[in-house]
Design a protein around this ligand. Structure first.
Ligand code: RIB
Ligand code: CA
Length: 308
């Protein structure tokens, strides 16, 4: 059983990460933290509550940070739409935001379960950075940190920077140098996981409520990505969950990573210095895409059995 705290900026691919985790019995979601990123906090929280309510997911949903540590806020409305999760339509909702402070939740959960909890961040790393600053012992008490972000080549927001890191470079630098055991899913890996028509049909044919929401969100997302010269959307965020379910599907190299926090043109770039000894990040280089889609398909099949 992989026990996780999942930090999201829901967002279309964040939603698929939630679907994959919610549908897999190997994953226990201790809590979800909605943070600002693809969209403002109000929207990512609303989107996360709507989806987890529809999936009948018991995990508490906390409100995270409403913006980056230092830089001015950036969002991704051009890709994810004005509310951050355009496409699916949700009915009235039962689930409400969890009372309490997300920082206290992270520290209490991890320190009471040393070596048991993995922190998964698929949006900007602001919340995790704040918690690590508040309690540096988190780094050695977390089982591991799994992050979506970065690139050893081109970015996807600027030519240098990937969105999750560009949205809060200072937070990323804090996390990368926290001393925790870090597994990073960069664009080098996630851009291999592309939702093409064959895969769409395979997943849509599973049927059920979760797939109907997935289909409505992907219909918008595919069109949105097409405007950005991408034939079909990459499933960035669910790669982090897929790693926890089946680590063998990924190949890693060990890298020292620093984040450019001073430059203008390269602000938010992940700078790699390959090392076999003094590294701080396991950097995913490739993924077995067949196994990835099998895992996602299985999660949707489990969700259909559970919620119809
Ligand atoms: O660069 C991809 C990342 O930025 C994903 O997490 C996506 O949801 C956006 O937040
Ligand atoms: Ca995201």
């Amino acid at each position: 059983m992989e026990r996780i705290i999942l930090d999201v900026d829901t967002g279309h691919d964040d939603a698929v990460a939630i679907d994959m985790a919610a549908g897999c019995s190997l994953i226990k979601i201790e809590g979800i933290i909605a943070t600002a990123g693809n969209t403002v906090l109000k929207n990512s929280l609303e989107n996360t509550l709507n989806l987890t309510d529809a999936l009948k997911l018991d995990a508490p949903v906390y409100a995270g940070s409403n913006g980056p540590l230092l830089r001015s806020q950036v969002t991704a409305g051009s890709i994810h739409g004005q509310n951050g999760f355009e496409g699916p339509v949700f009915g009235p909702r039962v689930k409400q935001v969890q009372d309490g402070n997300f920082i206290e939740f992270i520290i209490d959960t991890v320190m009471r379960n040393p070596g048991e909890i993995s922190f998964v961040s698929v949006g900007p790393y602001t919340d995790l950075a704040i918690a690590l600053k508040a309690e540096p012992a988190l780094a050695r008490n977390l089982k591991r940190i799994v992050l979506m972000g970065g690139s050893s080549t081109l970015g996807n927001v600027t030519s240098s920077a990937e969105f999750n890191i560009y949205a809060d470079p200072e937070a990323a630098q804090i996390v990368f140098h926290s001393g925790a055991d870090i597994y990073l899913m960069p664009l080098d890996c996630t851009l291999n996981v592309v939702l093409n028509p064959e895969i769409q049909q395979r997943l849509y044919s599973v049927g059920g409520k979760a797939i109907e929401l997935f289909k409505a969100s992907m219909t918008y997302y595919i069109e949105s990505c097409r405007r950005y010269i991408h034939d079909y959307p990459a499933m960035h965020d669910p790669c982090c969950i897929a790693y926890l379910i089946d680590p063998q599907m990924f190949e890693f190299t060990n890298e020292e990573i620093d984040v450019e926090t001073k430059g203008d043109l390269a602000y938010g770039r992940t700078c790699l210095g390959r090392s076999l000894t003094d590294f701080n990040v396991h950097f995913a280089r490739n993924v077995n895409t067949k196994r990835f889609w099998d895992v996602l398909c299985n999660s949707f099949q489990q969700l259909k059995e559970r919620i119809g």
